[in-house]
Design a binder for this molecule. Structure first.
Ligand SMILES: [Zn+2]
Length: 411
């Protein structure tokens, strides 16, 4: 029977009564005089008690309640017995969870008993032709794999586990673990120094002086704006062997290693900034630059442990820091973006090459070739304090982005 309808469906046959049913306050009222013969035919002998009949013959779903439990939400649908497993299904659409019950018949009156849950906002029961659909409006999206549907003797249960409940112990351990990974110490490596001047421009500006100035500015900016310790491989004009720079960073457990340089090209027109991470050079240009930077080991007064750098050694070194390689590449991209935006330098992109100074670093590490000493205009820029400040600002911006990205994904 449906409300305001003279047609009654009896065992899939439609029977018409002379007058329609009525509907008041959730109850369907039937005209007993016309309804009784239909009921007798369908069910055999039926005796009305006190002249009325309980409406809702065939109802097998009596109510739903949503309860908050210690570890999640439990939805309970009380039933007239067990349904076949194949008659029950759940599905999601946006923030709605649907329970479809094939062959279900709703008790129309106050079906929703109670909702006390931090997960479920409301429940909407709908009687469809051959099934009942219960729709649960959720307060957050829940992954389908997390919910569980089960049947008890006279109940259907759906459990929605709450967001992971983690004990204080586990949280403390995680926080300790997180501390280990927190980028709380940065090693800045100003290239060259002492008897190794690095590259020199047409006006005689030395790379070693410019990169030290940029590094000092960067250190100051970081210390002023972040709760991060900054170490420098050199603070003055002195010679430091390449391998000692990496060793220094490792020994001090740096979380980020930034080697700062200035570029050189025989073509004086070439300009712009490039940032490198460790890998096999993929272009002649990258190979040439890394060979030039690596050549400074000739200033060493003791035999270098690097020997001749070949492809195999670079691949092995890259594999050794595999876990940092993605971060290094990512960080290099951030540096390129921020430095070129601060300085308006041409963005020559992120490249990879086998720089000795990056070999063996056990932390994300990059080498930035800020601008070209061989380019008259850029040599002048490199010498100016305001340009050095802009480069330092750009690197600082990228450290901020890097910290934000990697510290937030550590849980
Ligand atoms: Zn250099």
């Amino acid at each position: 029977m449906t409300a305001f309808n003279p047609f009654v469906l009896v065992n899939s046959r439609v029977v018409q009564m002379p007058i329609a049913t009525r509907y008041e306050e959730g109850d369907i009222w039937v005209p007993v005089k016309f309804f009784m013969p239909i009921l007798r035919r369908a069910l055999g002998s039926v005796q009305p008690t006190n002249g009325d009949i309980q409406p809702g013959a065939g109802v097998n779903l009596f109510g739903v309640s949503v309860e908050e439990k210690a570890n999640g939400t439990l939805i309970r649908v009380s039933t007239g017995g067990r349904f076949k497993a194949s008659s029950l299904s759940t599905r999601f659409s946006k923030r709605w969870l649907y329970l479809d019950i094939l062959g279900g018949k709703l008790q129309q009156n106050s079906f929703v008993k109670s909702i006390s849950s931090s997960e479920v906002r409301e429940v909407v029961p709908v009687q469809l032709q051959e099934m009942v659909q219960l729709s649960f409006h959720l307060k957050r999206s829940v992954a389908e794999k997390n919910i569980q549907l089960s049947q008890q003797q006279n109940e259907i249960w759906i459990s929605i586990p709450s967001k992971k409940v983690v004990s204080a112990d586990v949280i403390r351990k995680l926080q300790e673990e997180q501390k280990k990974w927190r980028i709380d110490k940065i090693v800045i490596d100003p290239g060259h120094g002492g008897r190794d001047p690095g590259t020199s421009g047409p006006r005689g500006v030395h790379e070693k002086d410019v990169v030290l100035a940029i590094s000092k500015k960067l250190k100051k900016i970081i210390e002023r704006n972040m709760n991060v310790k900054v170490l420098m491989t050199r603070e003055k004009d002195e010679y430091i062997a390449l391998e000692d720079r990496t060793r220094f960073a490792n020994k001090n457990e740096g979380k980020l290693f930034i080697s700062i340089h200035a570029n050189w090209n025989r073509n004086a027109a070439v300009d712009g900034a490039t940032t490198y991470f460790l890998g096999l050079a993929r272009s002649d240009e990258s190979l040439e630059i890394s060979q030039r930077e690596n050549a400074v080991i000739k200033y060493d007064d003791r035999p270098s442990s690097f020997g001749q750098m070949n492809d195999e050694k670079i691949i092995l070194a890259t594999m050794a820091q595999n876990s940092y390689n993605k971060e290094s590449q990512d960080f290099a991209g951030m540096i390129q973006k921020h430095v070129s935006s601060r300085t308006k330098l041409r963005n020559r992109g992120v490249k990879q090459a086998g720089f000795y100074v990056m070999v063996g670093a056990s932390m994300p590490n990059v080498l930035i070739e800020t601008a070209f000493m061989s380019n008259k205009r850029e040599e002048k820029l490199l010498k100016s304090s305001s340009f050095q400040e802009k480069v330092a600002r750009g690197i600082f911006d990228s450290i901020k982005s890097f910290k934000r990205k990697y510290e937030s994904t550590m849980y």
